[in-house]
Ligand binder design. Structure first.
Ligand SMILES: NC(=O)c1ccc[n+]([C@@H]2O[C@H](COP(=O)([O-])OP(=O)(O)OC[C@H]3O[C@@H](n4cnc5c(N)ncnc54)[C@H](OP(=O)(O)O)[C@@H]3O)[C@@H](O)[C@H]2O)c1
Length: 339
């Protein structure tokens, strides 16, 4: 074979590889490291059995779905949130569909904003199961309101629940993990912890704060390689998050069931979270396109991201003011084109 032909073949192979990667990216619903781990990495079914997993925000949405999937893996579960009845419903479904027995699931009511209760709650888990292997900081609340209209109390509440509540609980569990030199701290962050978008200034701030805190904690735990810290950053996922979102006043939630057709299935998000947990990934992005591309743009080409965000942002505010879900009409068009 002549050199010329060899170089042509090589160029063709490189081009083909690039096209394959591009097609993979267009179909991706998680960052490429996460999807690689799903394909080639450790399976949750092998890695997470026999562990004690404490999930906050287990009464609804992503946390609820996550515990259903965990209940099929032979773990012990601690379910926390404020609404006990909802936690009991979730426990019943875990028992009906999973492989756990009643004694394997502890319902532990917990308000993230009530920080003085976190130490007692941690002791209750240790008394029941003797250890905490995985803490999933999932409980949280969102926001839909313009900065100019929003009361400071809303920002305070978002920081209390999403940021300080999560940090407080983590600080209660951390000494136990340090003593054992083992543990996984998983925090459900958000794309709003990476990017910025109108109508969620307080939410965005709380999630950016969480990302800063847990990235720092990871560096401090460098001498404990058995303790891993993962930030899970989902884009839009089907749940009650928008319905429960705070608005201009802290006493007022959005209350309406937003159109969710453009959002990712909750079960898929939970499955990818399990992959992240099994593979100790430091940060994962979970979202379908075009949301996933936005995170890549913000990370690698921020100038373009700012330009695009200002275009999309205007539409988001228009949608919000006309009573439609901020994202739905905009991204539904994109989804329809690509489904
Ligand atoms: N769905 C999305 O599109 C999306 C995207 C990115 C990130 N996230 C994050 O995913 C996590 C779960 O949200 P979700 O989408 O599943 O929404 P969700 O359906 O509204 O669930 C939120 C959960 O948090 C709990 N919670 C709220 N306030 C709490 C408090 N003060 N103390 C303790 N628990 C509290 C709720 O339980 P109680 O009301 O019973 O307390 C509920 O179980 C949140 O951290 C959210 O920021 C969601």
């Amino acid at each position: 074979m002549s050199w010329e032909l060899f170089l042509w073949l090589l160029a063709l192979c490189v081009l083909l590889a690039l096209v394959v990667q591009l097609l993979r990216f267009l179909r991706a619903d998680g960052d490429l490291t996460l999807l690689w781990a799903e394909w080639q990495g450790r399976r949750p079914e092998w890695e997470l059995t026999d562990m004690v997993v404490w999930v906050t925000g287990a009464s609804s949405g992503i946390g609820e779905e996550l515990v259903y999937q965990l209940s099929k893996l032979g773990v012990s579960l601690v379910l926390s949130a404020r609404r006990v009845q909802e936690l009991e419903r979730v426990k019943r479904r875990c028992l009906e569909n999973g492989i756990l027995k009643g004694k394997d699931i502890l319902i532990l009511p917990l308000d993230l904003a009530n920080r003085s209760s976190h130490e007692v709650a941690t002791k209750a888990v240790l008394q029941e199961f003797g250890k905490i292997d995985i803490l999933v900081n999932n409980g949280g609340v969102s926001q839909r309101s313009l900065c100019v209209d929003t009361s400071l109390d809303v920002y305070k509440e978002l920081m209390e629940v999403n940021y300080l509540g999560t940090v407080s609980l983590t600080k209660c569990v951390l000494p136990h993990m340090i003593e054992k030199k083992q543990g996984k701290i998983i925090t459900v962050n958000s794309f709003m912890g990476i990017i910025a978008a109108p109508l969620s200034g307080g939410y965005c701030a709380s999630k950016h704060a969480l990302r800063g805190f847990f990235n720092t904690l990871r560096t401090e735990l460098a001498t404990y390689p058995g303790i891993t810290v993962s930030n899970v950053c989902p884009g839009p996922v089907k749940s009650n998050i928008v319905k429960n979102a705070l608005t201009e006043e802290v006493t007022k939630t959005l209350g309406s069931d937003a159109d969710q057709s453009h959002k990712m299935a909750t079960s898929r998000c939970a499955r990818l979270m399990l992959i992240a947990m099994a593979n100790d990934l430091k940060e994962v992005w979970i979202a379908e396109q075009p949301f996933l591309s936005m995170a890549y743009l913000w990370q690698y080409i921020p100038t373009w991201a700012w330009w695009l965000t200002s275009k999309i942002g205007k539409k988001r505010i228009e949608n919000f003011k006309s009573g439609v879900d901020a994202d739905s009409s905009y991204f539904k068009i994109w989804k329809k084109k690509h489904d």
